[in-house]
Design a protein around this ligand. Structure first.
Ligand code: NAD
Length: 354
């Protein structure tokens, strides 16, 4: 028997099709009345509709969120929010919009309603990663976690396939690392297994039929479960490595997760064979690490860090950075082991079956 403790993260979840129409009611439910609408230009039409539905409660719009939450963008948005006496943020978009919303909430105490349009899962975590001076620093606080999440499947129907695949594997990574987390517990384990099997079922369906509503709904629900895992238990080698590669080398978040995950799993597999067997069963394959690699390849996702723009001579510095701070992981992390992992991920080699 493994003893455990479990802390639930309170959040209101609204899930369905057309749920974007409930945003104004959700703002009133929180007792707020001065809203900043955050959305990228790509989601301009949705942001305009939400702004209109908010009527007098719409105070200001901001469309400058970018990946890895740079603090100078947050400063600009915060000045605008203060100028317009904002008391709540409605963020529509992927993890970048959510990250900016969290950064604002942490600084100014705004309530947050997040409308996720990717599968990043950040909307249900108390975690914020911010970048300043080329380094990404993560912190965790209950004040960072959004009050309400409105999942609208309709907003994900046109998410480009490439982003769909990489973002879904980002969610898969949360579920995988939750299962071998030192804080793992039966509740998080069940959410993780449900998320893994949901992603494995839905992704091929969507690749064949991108606007398949049932497939999109299953993927979004799985992303919520996987994000909840991420917000509940500590992550390991895979997240640490992707964080380093994103924050210090500017590699794109979800594609980096997509390339690294099978290799991080192969690295950890010898020390957690039972967990890998559960993951393999949930994926419906014989071996977990190669199963993820093959799923990515069959869905047309990226399989090498080289194709994401990393140069080979950055591997040494990445290893140095990734081992500079201690963090829990089932298998001991060594410079030699990490170098081999990154060499494999850089060249896109299929992991070996264990
Ligand atoms: P993203 O938010 O940058 O979105 C990727 C691209 O997809 C963007 O160009 C965006 O405009 C576009 N897009 C989003 N939704 C779309 C839609 N429905 N249709 C068309 N285009 C759409 O990327 P992401 O991978 O979702 O998020 C990455 C960021 O999230 C990183 O900064 C990462 O650190 C952070 N993150 C944080 C956590 C956490 O818990 N703190 C968890 C996961 C990710």
């Amino acid at each position: 028997m493994k003893p455990f403790s479990y802390t639930a993260s309170p959040a209101r979840i609204v899930f369905g099709q057309g749920t974007i129409d409930t945003i104004a009611d959700e703002v009133r439910r929180l007792g707020r009345s001065r809203v900043m609408v955050l959305a990228s230009r790509r989601l301009d039409a949705v942001a305009a509709a939400v702004t209109e539905s908010l009527g007098d409660m719409a105070a200001v719009r901001f469309d400058g969120a970018v990946m890895h939450t740079p603090v100078d963008v947050t400063d600009t948005a915060l000045a605008l929010a203060e100028q317009h006496h904002v008391d709540a943020v409605v963020a529509i978009g992927g993890g970048s919009a959510t990250g900016l919303s969290k950064a604002l909430a942490l600084r100014a105490g705004f309530d947050q309603i997040i409308v996720p349009t990717t599968y990043a899962g950040s909307e249900v975590t108390p975690v914020l990663g911010e970048t300043a001076n080329g380094r990404k620093v993560t912190r965790s606080s209950p004040h960072i976690r959004p009050e309400t999440v409105v999942y609208d499947v309709d907003l994900t129907l046109d998410l480009p396939l490439e982003t769909t695949v990489t973002s879904a594997v980002n969610a898969l990574a949360h579920a995988v690392e939750a299962l071998y987390s030192t804080d793992s517990n039966p509740i998080t384990d069940s959410m993780a297994i449900e998320a893994i099997s949901g992603i494995a079922r839905a992704l091929p369906t969507i690749v064949g039929d991108p606007r398949n509503v049932e497939g999109r709904a299953e993927l979004l629900k799985s992303a919520w479960l996987a994000g909840t895992c991420l917000g509940t238990v500590g992550m390991g080698l895979h997240h640490k490595l992707c964080h380093t590669l994103g924050g210090s080398f500017g590699l794109p978040h979800a594609p980096t997760h997509t390339v690294v995950l099978p290799h991080a799993m192969a690295y950890n597999a010898p020390d957690v064979p039972d967990v890998m067997a559960r993951i393999a069963t949930a994926l419906g394959v014989a071996d977990a690490a190669t199963g993820v690699f093959d799923l990515v390849a069959s869905c047309g996702g990226p399989t090498s860090l080289r194709e994401l723009g990393m140069s080979h001579d950055q591997i040494g510095r990445a290893v140095e950075l990734a081992i500079s701070a201690a963090y829990p992981n089932p298998r001991e992390i060594t410079a030699a082991g990490l170098t081999e992992l990154l060499e494999n991920a850089w060249s896109g080699r299929r992991p070996e079956v264990r």
